[in-house]
Design a binder for this molecule. Structure first.
Ligand SMILES: [Fe+2]
Ligand SMILES: [Fe+2]
Length: 203
């Protein structure tokens, strides 16, 4: 097992140089909330804590730098890559973290990779990092309150889908581009919900 405490301490020092003060505090806050959620939803607490801390490893790069890094890491870009370049920090960050801390399990790297546009088959750890990133207490939007109040009280997937929906609604309200992967994720979870509802009705 990796020495999670040693990685956590080293990463905090690295992040002090890589991120702004607010972003560092946000990362620590995501880490704390992710660890609490992991406890409630029966997920590995060490993995949640470290993935939360490391999730924004590449956040301070400009869009142009992220596009360059994506090329370097051989990351497949969507159509209109400029419109969603900011989301790339998740994927480039995951590659960079895997290089920096090769002892970390793939599940941690994947959770970092999926924290912006998500994926159709999110693991419990992926969902925890996605949700913790959104509901951590340093974010001040009042619209997050209903999501915070159900965290830990509803099944994890239900919580994730509600957070994902809130993100999509936010993007549309602000007239922002939606990453094609996110549309696929949304349709996939809707189809899954429909299927589960039909199965219940048939029973
Ligand atoms: Fe992020
Ligand atoms: Fe974040």
């Amino acid at each position: 097992m990796p020495d999670y405490d040693a990685i956590y301490q080293d990463a905090r020092k690295q992040l002090q140089r890589r991120l702004t003060q607010w972003r560092l505090l946000h990362s620590i806050s995501v880490s704390d909330i992710a660890a609490l959620m992991a406890n409630v939803y029966d997920v590995d607490v060490n993995q949640a804590r470290i993935a939360g801390l490391l999730h924004d490893w590449d956040k301070n790069y400009s869009d142009a730098e992220l596009l360059k890094r994506a090329k370097r890491f051989d990351i497949k870009l969507p159509e209109n890559p400029l419109e969603t370049a900011a989301l790339l920090h998740a994927q480039t960050g995951a590659h960079a973290v895997a290089q920096k801390y090769p002892e970390l399990p793939r599940s941690v790297i994947q959770a970092i990779e999926r924290h912006t546009s998500a994926a159709p088959d999110m693991s419990n750890l992926d969902m925890i990092i996605y949700v913790a990133d959104m509901i951590e207490p340093l974010r001040s939007q009042s619209s997050l309150q209903p999501l915070r109040s159900i965290a830990g009280h509803v099944p994890l997937e239900e919580l994730f889908v509600k957070c994902f929906q809130a993100t999509m609604e936010h993007l549309i309200r602000r007239h922002r581009f939606i990453h094609p992967d996110s549309l696929m994720v949304w349709n996939n979870y809707l189809a899954k919900e429909r299927k589960e509802r039909t199965q219940k009705t048939v029973k």
